[in-house]
Design a protein around this ligand. Structure first.
Ligand code: ADP
Ligand code: MG
Length: 150
């Protein structure tokens, strides 16, 4: 496997699929700059850590990340959408987001109903948070990628 995954980029507008309305906003990253990192990465849902520069002291939060196919590029490029598991008082479009993907949760799948989708995402979040408690993953919160801004 290709884990861990290191991603950084300025948060862009997504597809307006209403993630926020579902209570699960996802910060989208520009894929043009991440082609190398995304090459050969299986699409699906991952967990890890993420932070946003200038937001709440650059604190590092647990995250759930979906890597899928991007309809904008006729599904020839991938998308990255990151849900930080924390409540923010404001949006942070344009800010630099950094994420380290540590584990694979599940492949992409189609859900019959919105309720099933929301349930699956909430399960992903709970599972990811639990995995991140393991000492070997917890210590990645202190990774130089977040601290020194390398
Ligand atoms: P879009 O389609 O533009 O991605 P979303 O409904 O997915 O819209 O909302 C994503 C935006 O919400 C992010 O770009 C960010 O500015 C904001 N946001 C607020 N809280 C969070 C959070 N906990 N995780 C991710 N994004 C968040
Ligand atoms: Mg989004």
């Amino acid at each position: 496997e290709k884990l861990p995954l290191y991603f950084k980029g300025s948060v862009i507008t997504g597809f307006g699929r209403g993630s926020k309305q579902l209570g699960i906003p996802t910060a989208n990253l520009p894929v043009e700059e991440l082609e190398e990192e995304l090459k050969d990465i299986p699409i699906g849902v991952y967990y890890g850590w993420a932070n946003v520069e200038g937001l709440e002291n650059d604190n590092v939060y647990p995250m759930a990340m979906s890597i899928g196919w991007n309809p904008f590029y006729k599904n020839t490029k991938k998308t990255i959408e990151i849900h930080l598991i924390h409540h923010f008082e404001r949006d942070f479009y344009g800010a630099e987001l950094r994420a380290i993907g540590l584990g694979f949760i599940r492949p992409m799948c189609d859900f019959k109903t919105l309720e099933e989708l929301v349930k699956a995402i909430n399960d992903d979040i709970e599972y990811g948070k639990k995995c991140l408690e393991k000492p070997e993953f917890k210590k990645i919160k202190q990774d130089p990628f977040f601290i020194n801004k390398q």
